[in-house]
Design a protein around this ligand. Sequence first.
Ligand code: HEC
Length: 511
Amino acid sequence: MERSGSEGKNSRRKPRAVFLLTLLVWSLLTALSAFTNYRQLEQNFFALARERGQGLFDLMEIVREWNSRHGGVYALVSERNPPNPYLHHSKRDLEAGGLHLTLINPAYMMRQVSDISDDQAGLSFHLTSLKPVRPENAPDPWEIDSLHAFERGETSRLELAGEAKEVNFRFMAPLKITQACLSCHVQQGYRLGDIRGGISVTMPAGATLATLNSEITRMFIMHGIAYLLISGLLLLLYLRTQIHFSSQEAATHMQEELILRRTQELVEANEALGRSNAELEQFAYAVSHDLQEPLRMVASYVQLLARRYSGKLDEDANTFIDFASDGAKRMQRMITDLLDYSRVQTKGEPFGPVSLAEALDLALGNLDLVISETDSRIEAERKGLPTVHGDKGQLARLLQNLIGNAIKYRDEQRQPIIGIQARRQGRFWIVSIADNGIGIEPQHFERIFRVFQRLHGQGRYEGSGIGLAICKKIVERHGGRIWVESNPGKGTAFHFTLPGSEDFGSVQAGE
Ligand code: HEC
């Protein structure tokens, strides 16, 4: 019961562990997938912004190249287009046909273009250099950083700047000296291919970021749905196995209950049987015991009759008296045997460890005379005889009866040889007593263990025929079983089982 209970718990615990583990793995997988997706989305958006920045930069570079190739471009002087004080050129300002013209260098042009694009699209361009001619062209910290990076070989940079609504991508790439630039910048010591500075493009990122955020939100929602769906399925599966297990457990429980009830009933029936058995035994004992007295009286009066009237009665009367006396003796003998038989159960000693070798010695001691008279040979493997759990007196009696029997039913043609052996079988010992006597026909194998069952006529073998019944009773009292094997004309072997003493934890003498 205990065992199956804890097994039940184990079998419940296992699917729970599997469920939790699967859920954990699934959670980790979902988290990993969400994270990589998030990174991927972000990277894609940055790549797009970089591409856009590069496009605007390229366009601006081309327009500047156009201006440079003209060595600057003349435009009308106005309030918004004053001459550039930093442009040192012999023909910076011109008068032609009443018009005031001034030379617009690429940097100046770009500032004006940037103002327009800033107004119209929030896009602005900043031309800068680590060594600016015009102080306003000085770089900010990020631009300084980027310019140094370009010196080291980087080709472009991108950053996200500003906060909340005013979020911008800033893109920056280097400006290199081309042939066209030299006309104005050669006196500053620049050569072809040098990095003169860079343009940083500022693009509004708000809309792009909003798109990115909604994409990210959508991605997270999709993941959440998938996560909940699969987790729910897992949970369902788990609950199903749980229900399966508990219904199985209930069935097992019911079965166990049933077995318990049936066992209880059996125990009760057994107890009732034992009670009536004991009562019967008590009755048999009492009857045989009480019969002894009147029988003794009958016997002694018949003897008295025989003594007083011998010679005074006729021949017939003498014969009758002999018959009566003989019958009384036989009956006395039977009653003594019957009492013996009852005593196996009612007057037995409590069990303890018994050395079978010692019990055998007791038995052989009692049989000493008959053994020498018949010249019987006893072959006992004393060393192989175990210590068993039982009643020493009864076990000696058992061996004595069986050996006595073997001698009694010997074959007169040969010397009686009786072998005694024991071997282990599971918890039990099987003890065998084999002879080379006259043997028993198989049809009598059952009958010989019953009370007062004799196979042979009165005259030939003495005894009432209770010896083997007593043997059976002793073996059964010890929880064993007795049976016979025989080869008529060749010999008989009696076998009986006894429990080993080690199963009873008793301290064994001499060990
Ligand atoms: C017509 C003359 C002229 C030409 C051609 C010219 N620049 Fe300039 N550049 C200037 C002047 C003048 C300034 C400084 C004043 C200003 O910012 O307007 C300047 C400023 C710059 C600056 C800003 C840093 C600073 O020193 O203030 C860079 C960078 C620059 N030029 C690169 C170039 C490159 C590259 C080319 C060739 C594609 C080029 N320029 C062609 C006249 C010229």
